[in-house]
Write a protein that binds this ligand. Structure first.
Ligand SMILES: [Zn+2]
Length: 360
């Protein structure tokens, strides 16, 4: 039963809804329950409805930021942590759409029914905050409409953030709450990495990419996915070799955070950068790095991080066992494992996009 919805909750809910049509539906429901007499809240709701209809197609980043800011004000958790948890959840939803589907419209969150309602709850579809709390489910009523809905953006993200923030909401304490929720150190690392990226830039729109080599340089590459004759990937040859002169700048292809930097027997001097899609970008056989950069530092797409070389296949410093090239690999984090995927099509896309941008 959710016929009797408090007016204030509806106004909050309406302001959170994505589409004018959805706001319209909320307004219609409101009119039915108010018995026809237009209250102050009715007028406010109609005004909100009209504004939503006039608004241009809403930017998904603006919608998310609005949701995070509202959640931040009720949970006292910084928006960057909320954004990081949501983005981690979204990356899992993208990597495993069947096992981890997005349940809301704006938030990327998935929660299993039994976790939401409580594993001993006889009704896994329970939306009563009282009985869910009794059965120790994590589901909460965030928007104050009296029900804890597993498909409501505000309730979903509020439930996760409230759970994680229970042992403290500061930058020092919040990660232990993230551990309590996921029991997975990789998940904690991701959320910390994403929060650091968001804090540094202060915005959510950080998905532009760059080609790893300057377009003006002389280079060549082809689709060598699965090619056994390639030189030194992270595991087998998983990636694309871009041949270029020794010392050609190597640029980060994404906004991200440096996860690994140093020597690897096969990769030589290599650097690994994590982006907000939870993709790990791996650059190997470098002749050297930008000395000012270290693990945990944030980079922008197009920023020079090192230089093309032929390092690898031996003790630290070994070089010249093959022609200089950049080995570039991309791995997708699926929660417990990482899977390499062929970067060649993306490289072609980024190269073309950059060529178009520079022609203007
Ligand atoms: Zn390679």
């Amino acid at each position: 039963m959710k016929a009797l919805i408090p007016i204030t909750a509806l106004v909050v809910a309406a302001s959170l809804l994505a589409t004018p049509a959805a706001v319209g539906a909320a307004a219609v429901r409101q009119n039915l329950h108010s018995g026809g007499a237009a209250s102050v809240s009715d007028v406010r709701l109609m005004q909100a409805h009209a504004a939503a209809e006039e608004a241009p197609t809403a930017n998904p980043f603006d919608q998310r930021r609005d949701l995070y800011d509202k959640l931040s004000s009720v949970t006292n958790v910084d928006w960057s942590w909320i954004a990081a948890v949501d983005q981690y959840e979204r990356s899992m939803s993208k990597a495993k759409p069947k096992a981890h589907p997005m349940l809301g419209q704006i938030a990327g969150v998935f929660v299993e029914p039994e976790r939401w309602a409580g594993s001993l709850n006889p009704d896994f579809d329970d939306s009563s905050p009282v009985s869910i709390s009794f059965f120790k489910g994590i589901g909460k009523d965030g928007d104050g409409n009296g029900v804890a809905e597993r498909d409501n953006d505000f309730d979903l993200l509020y439930s996760l953030i409230a759970y994680m923030g229970a042992s403290g909401t500061t930058d020092e304490r919040f990660p232990s709450g993230v551990w309590d929720y996921y029991h997975n150190s990789r998940a904690v690392q991701r959320v910390q990495q994403f929060a650091a990226i968001y804090k540094r830039f202060g915005k959510l729109d950080l998905f532009e990419h760059a080609f790893p080599l300057p377009l003006g340089a002389t280079y060549s590459y082809k689709d060598t996915w699965g090619d056994r004759r390639g030189w030194g990937g992270r595991r087998s040859h998983e990636g694309t070799d871009l041949f270029a002169g020794h010392g050609t700048p190597v640029r980060s292809t994404c906004y991200g955070i440096i996860e690994i930097k140093g020597w690897n027997k096969f990769g030589g001097w290599r650097i690994g950068i994590r982006d907000l899609n939870n993709h790990y970008h791996y650059y190997a056989h470098l002749s050297g790095f930008d000395k000012t950069l270290g693990v945990g530092d944030i980079v922008t797409a197009g920023q020079v991080v090192g230089w093309v070389g032929s390092s690898g296949y031996g003790k630290p410093g070994t070089s010249g066992k093959f022609p200089p090239h950049l080995h570039y690999g991309v791995y997708s984090d699926r929660g417990l494992l990482e899977w390499a995927f062929d970067p060649y099509p993306m490289l072609r896309r980024w190269e073309q996009a950059e060529r178009k941008r520079t022609r203007k």
